[in-house]
Write a protein that binds this ligand. Structure first.
Ligand code: CA
Length: 223
């Protein structure tokens, strides 16, 4: 899951980025509204954490642009304590949730998880696919009730494909989601992860769409 963080306070931005990265998210951090708009127009993200009080171009302007082009990206806004009006405007402009500064980072993580869950259309925090269950809160994966240990890269790819069950994700989308703007990715990294995941969960779990990318197909409840 790839998150765009927009925060001009260096200490807070650094803390949020470190914390979310540790939780397994790929975090791209920008410090201005202009950079945020540019990133949002050209890259894929799964969530936007947006400070409203930015120099020059405000967070509200960034948000308004996003919704004007009908981008459904989940947005969590960060506001200062005394700006009720901004918070209300943010929600009216299409933000999905907000946090008032100062906040506890644990609460931020919980809200991020909730937003990602809601955007995937699920009330249950666990993602299931037949006998396979993935819990984004604990990063635990089980198959037929037995825990399966996964290195971080394999875990992230599995979570990404499971979140998008029924949709084909392009190679570019997967690489961006897993690595953000880090460009030193080996060209066969994704194939290697897919290979290992198939060994652990069965060949049929991940479908290769030649020349496009990968998908985990939905299975009906009765299976
Ligand atoms: Ca600020």
């Amino acid at each position: 899951m790839r998150i765009l963080l927009v925060e001009d306070d260096p200490l807070l931005g650094d803390g949020i980025r470190a914390g979310l990265s540790q939780d397994g998210y790929v975090v791209d951090w920008v410090t201005s509204g202009e950079s945020a708009s540019h990133a949002l127009a050209s890259e894929n993200f799964d969530l936007l954490v947006l400070d409203l009080g930015l120099p020059h171009k405000s967070g509200l302007e960034v948000l308004a642009e996003l919704r004007q082009r009908d981008d459904p990206l989940p947005v969590l806004i960060l506001t200062a304590r005394d700006t009720v009006a901004d918070r209300v405007r943010g929600l009216d402009e299409g933000a999905d949730d907000y946090l008032t500064k100062p906040f506890d980072l644990e609460e931020l993580y919980a809200r991020v998880r909730a937003l990602l869950r809601r955007s995937a259309g699920r009330g249950d925090p666990c993602i299931t696919h037949g006998d396979l269950v993935l819990d984004p809160r604990t990063h635990q994966v089980t198959l037929k009730g037995k825990p399966v240990e996964l290195p971080q890269g394999e875990y992230r790819l599995l979570e990404l494909l499971l979140q998008a069950q029924g949709r084909v994700l392009t190679r570019a989308h997967i690489e961006q989601s897993l690595y953000g703007w880090t460009r030193d990715v080996e060209s066969n990294t994704i194939e290697v992860f897919v290979h290992h995941l198939r060994k652990k969960f069965g060949r049929e779990l991940i479908r290769t769409v030649r020349g496009v990318g990968y998908a985990i197909d939905r299975i009906s409840e009765s299976n």
